[in-house]
Design a protein around this ligand. Structure first.
Ligand code: SAM
Length: 265
């Protein structure tokens, strides 16, 4: 590794296995979208990505910015690579989108904010593909299907907003320097660009999964009275004993519509 000490607080685990880097490149969609990378680190993935497409990389660590600027002086000069020194979550707050046209996010994400980044990418209407390395557990949540124990609000959001969401392959800790404590996976999501959800649906899901192993009706009782719950259950043909992970995303959407309409009456 170049002469830098990986910083834990920035989730720095540098991917060193070039065969994994090649597999990430091979999984890039064949389209004209721009590329956004979050956390280029020492630039190993960036070096491969920039050969294919013009791109922007967001990096928070000042020490790495210096290294990246000298490593990619030519690409930056040619306008192929834009390097932005900032916290990507702040960039999203400020700009709304990480690029002003359609883009694909390809990155080995900092794990401490990986879930947050993916949720922000879902909200970013210019982002079409999300191809990211994350903890295996996070990848499983975003790809879980109804009745699986990992099925939660993240799986429901992914299912509602995407054409597909799948794990491409797993990556063991030894592929990184320093090695993380957990197994990693490459998560690949293609968003459905015609779909969006409002904040009230996310808040509703949060309430539904407050106690994930309890009955859904118990969780719903914090936002709905008993009569309404049994009325909606009857109308939607739902079983009284159903648990939160046993309800499909489309049924959650229908239930949410009823809750919302009920409130507006
Ligand atoms: N892409 C490199 C690789 O594959 O080896 C590094 C990946 S490392 C897991 C995560 C990177 O994200 C680090 O470079 C870290 O400094 C950067 N990072 C952490 N928090 C960030 C933030 N809030 N905004 C932008 N970059 C961040």
């Amino acid at each position: 590794m170049e002469n830098v000490k990986a910083k834990k607080k920035f989730g720095q685990n540098f991917l060193k296995d070039s065969s994994i880097l090649d597999r990430i490149i091979q999984s890039m969609p064949n389209n004209n979208n721009y590329i956004v990378e979050i956390g280029p680190g020492l630039g190993d993935l960036t070096e491969k990505l920039v050969k294919y497409k013009d791109m922007t990389a967001y990096e928070v660590d000042t020490d790495l910015i210096g290294i990246l600027k000298s490593k990619f002086a030519i690409e930056m000069n040619d306008g192929k690579l834009k390097l932005i020194h900032t916290d990507v979550l702040e960039a999203w707050d400020k700009l709304g989108s990480l690029h002003d046209g359609k883009y694909d996010m390809i990155a080995n994400l900092p794990y401490y904010i990986a879930t947050n980044i993916i949720l922000r990418a879902f909200e970013d209407t210019n982002c079409e593909h999300i191809i990211v390395m994350v903890q295996k557990e996070v990848a499983q949540k975003f790809t879980a299907k109804v009745n699986q124990k990992e099925y939660s609000s993240l799986g429901i959001i992914a299912e509602t907003l995407s054409l597909y969401s799948r794990i491409l392959f797993d990556v063991p800790p030894e592929s990184f320097d320093p090695p993380p404590k957990v197994m990693s996976s490459i998560l690949c999501i293609r968003k459905d660009m015609n779909k969006s959800i409002d904040k009230s649906f996310k808040d509703f899901l949060k309430a539904c999964f407050t106690q994930p192993r309890k009955k859904l009706s118990k969780n719903l009782s914090s936002i709905l009275d008993k009569e309404k719950i049994s009325q909606y259950y009857k109308e939607l043909d739902m079983n009284d004993n159903v648990r939160p992970h046993e309800v499909s995303s489309s049924l959650y959407s229908q239930l949410h519509t009823k809750v919302k309409n009920g409130r507006n009456q």
